[in-house]
Design a protein around this ligand. Structure first.
Ligand SMILES: C[S@@+](CC[C@H](N)C(=O)[O-])C[C@H]1O[C@@H](n2cnc3c(N)ncnc32)[C@H](O)[C@@H]1O
Length: 401
């Protein structure tokens, strides 16, 4: 059995999956046969409550939007941050999201008179930031602000994770509380998706729904995933239970997986609710397993790594970058990336010295939601905000050398 090396879990699993699990089978056919369940073919429900933006006041305090400047919301979601930025002053926002429904919403918003020529939605993964930004077109051929010159963004914000509308929509496959196809790809329309090829065209790469992972990874690979991304204590027991179950049935729905997890954990930990209310209530083990699958399926850590490095270069002098994360591994990644820039010698940061740029931390300590925010929005409870500013470096004093 393959034991995954600890340093590059996602890559190793991906390689193992390509080389070992599907030696002679084309990925697309596996996905079609084993993943798309017929549990729901209706259009996404509109019943979900609107996503409440997390740490919104703190994010705006950091960005301090200014008129005529450009901002990038790398995770548009339901547009909470974008809308707040655009309402602050007469600025412009480029809004990215890999979820087709999110960008549909952004496009509708962009047609409203108050946002006309001020909001520029782009569909795609923020890991491909440089390519995505090349796609923005001038709304009018005479727009003097486009194309964007380098180092021209006054603010960038990331709000990593999923939106309420994604979790609350069973046909997307994120929810362990409601039944739906075991998908979890943010770039997919869930049970509305016609073919894997459509997602590939939109995203520019292949994707694997969670059902492929659950039905094909080895017990060790699954246990590693649940432990690393979900911090699940009973990772191995759950992986073994999945293995036993899938010898008889294909696992294609969220409720099949939630029931397997329920049966695998000790009696005292079994629960059918989210257990996300804070206090002494434990989190449902299904929440941790689903989270780990979602992080892997969407390559959330890989995307963030690629994107942050590039985003830091896009800031103008005095430009600010804010990142909200919900997982300790993501927060560590942000902290490390910022520290690298903060401690880099100026001449290593940019080869072009006009003007030479450096960075300063805006959050010495991580910012977390207030008790009041967590109480009114329990989904905010694990949020962490870090921010950094790009500043012109002092001109070197020749007498130093
Ligand atoms: C927590 S929501 C953002 C909510 C938003 N700040 C608001 O107030 O409505 C996160 C969004 O980021 C998107 N997302 C996550 N990873 C992404 C990626 N790699 N590329 C593009 N969008 C991504 C998700 O599809 C989701 O819509």
């Amino acid at each position: 059995m393959t034991i995954l090396p600890k340093r590059t879990p996602a890559l190793s699993i991906q390689r193992a999956l390509t080389n070992v699990v599907f030696p002679n089978v084309r990925l697309a056919s596996v996905i079609t046969v084993r993943c798309l369940s017929d549990t729901s073919r209706s259009s996404p429900s509109t019943a979900s409550t609107r996503h409440t933006p997390v740490l919104l006041t703190e994010v705006l305090d950091i960005l301090q939007p200014r008129p005529n400047q450009w901002y990038l919301d790398a995770t548009f979601g339901e547009g909470g941050y974008t809308e707040a930025i655009l309402r602050t002053c007469d600025c412009r926002v480029i809004a990215i999201d890999q979820d087709p429904y999110a960008i549909e919403k952004a496009r509708q918003m962009a047609t409203q008179p108050e946002y006309k020529n001020r909001l520029f939605p782009i569909l795609g993964p923020f890991g491909d930031l440089s390519q995505l930004l090349q796609r923005i077109k001038s709304p009018t051929t005479t727009d003097p602000h486009l194309p964007l010159p380098p180092n021209s963004l006054a603010g960038i914000v990331y709000d990593i994770g999923v939106c309420s509308s994604q979790i609350d929509e069973p046909s997307r496959g994120f929810s362990y509380l409601q039944d739906g196809p075991l998908d979890m790809r943010m770039a997919s329309k869930g049970s509305q998706e016609v073919s894997e090829r459509d997602i590939q065209t939109r995203l520019g790469r292949r994707t694997l729904p969670a059902s492929v992972i659950v039905n094909n990874f080895t017990v060790d690979q699954l246990a590693y995933l649940f432990r690393t991304y979900g911090e699940e204590r009973y990772a191995l027991r759950i992986a073994q239970q999945i293995h036993t179950y899938r010898q008889k049935h294909v696992i294609s729905t969220t409720q099949q997986l939630a029931n397997i997890i329920y049966d695998a954990v000790p009696h005292a930990l079994r629960q059918r609710t989210s257990g996300a209310g804070g206090g002494k209530q434990r989190r449902n083990p299904a929440a941790r397993v689903f989270q780990s699958l979602r992080i892997y399926v969407n390559d959330e850590l890989g995307e963030l790594t690629k994107s942050l490095e590039y985003a830091l270069d896009l800031l103008m002098p005095t430009g600010r970058l804010a990142v909200v994360t919900f997982h300790s591994l993501e927060d560590k990644l942000v902290k490390r990336t910022f520290q690298k820039r903060l401690s880099a010698p100026t001449d290593e940061v940019t080869s072009d010295s006009s003007p030479r740029l450096t960075y300063r931390a805006l959050t010495k300590h991580v910012i977390t939601p207030s008790k009041a925010e967590t109480k009114s929005n329990p989904r905010a409870r694990s949020a962490k905000l870090r921010a950094i500013e790009r500043i012109p470096s002092p001109v070197n004093d020749p007498s130093d050398s």
